[in-house]
Design a protein around this ligand. Structure first.
Ligand SMILES: Cc1cc2nc3c(=O)[nH]c(=O)nc-3n(C[C@H](O)[C@H](O)[C@H](O)COP(=O)(O)O)c2cc1C
Length: 172
């Protein structure tokens, strides 16, 4: 099984990217988690461009999403919303023919921050993603390490539920 991890933060020391890196490390045998690192290099979404010549970076993003059995998203909250660069990446995926039905697991590294998570759910539902709420993980990572046993266990449990959902017919 092959999963694609998308971080909503471009920061080198990002807690969200850190959670995804921890998830990569604890993935069980037979489950590969690849971290997509091109979000900062995507052009601003432009529907005219989408309808003429799709930029190579967008082709590559769509190729990686299409090849994944499921997508794991860890995204921070900026001003009660989804960071612009991450919403931009999602906008490039709206028109992707095989995005509908794609299983998505959400990791929230700051459970106090509920606005961005709610917005993400709304956007992904509108994109016809297959959200897997039983796999969602909410763990406070500020001043903590994603490698701590309690956090690693929460990630492991969420990943197990997600892998099971990705392997099933779905459409729950
Ligand atoms: C511009 C900006 C806006 C932010 N707005 C919020 C907010 O509305 N609510 C919140 O809980 N945290 C907010 N934060 C805190 C970030 O969500 C927090 O620092 C988070 O760890 C950033 O994610 P990262 O560590 O993956 O980069 C904001 C941070 C920045 C830089």
């Amino acid at each position: 099984m092959h999963l694609l991890a998308l971080s909503g933060s471009l920061r080198a020391g990002s807690l969200n990217t850190g959670a995804l890196r921890a998830l990569q490390k604890l993935a069980p045998e037979g489950v590969a988690v690849a971290l997509y690192d091109g979000i900062g290099a995507l052009p601003h979404f432009n529907h005219d461009v989408e309808m003429s010549a799709l930029p190579e970076s967008v082709v590559e993003l769509r190729r990686q999403v299409a090849a994944a059995d499921g997508v794991v998203i860890a995204c921070p909250e900026y001003a009660h919303g989804i960071p612009g660069s991450f919403k931009n990446a999602l906008d490039w995926l709206v028109g992707m023919p095989d995005f509908p039905g794609k299983p998505v697991m959400l990791i929230n590294t700051s459970p106090r921050a509920s606005h961005a998570q709610a917005a993400l759910r709304e956007v992904l539902t509108t994109m016809s993603a297959r959200l897997v709420p039983e796999a969602d993980v909410a763990v406070e990572l500020r001043n903590r390490s994603a490698d701590e046993p309690e956090i690693a266990q929460a990630l492991r449990t969420g990943l197990a539920a997600f892998v099971e959902a990705c392997g099933s017919e779905g459409h729950s």
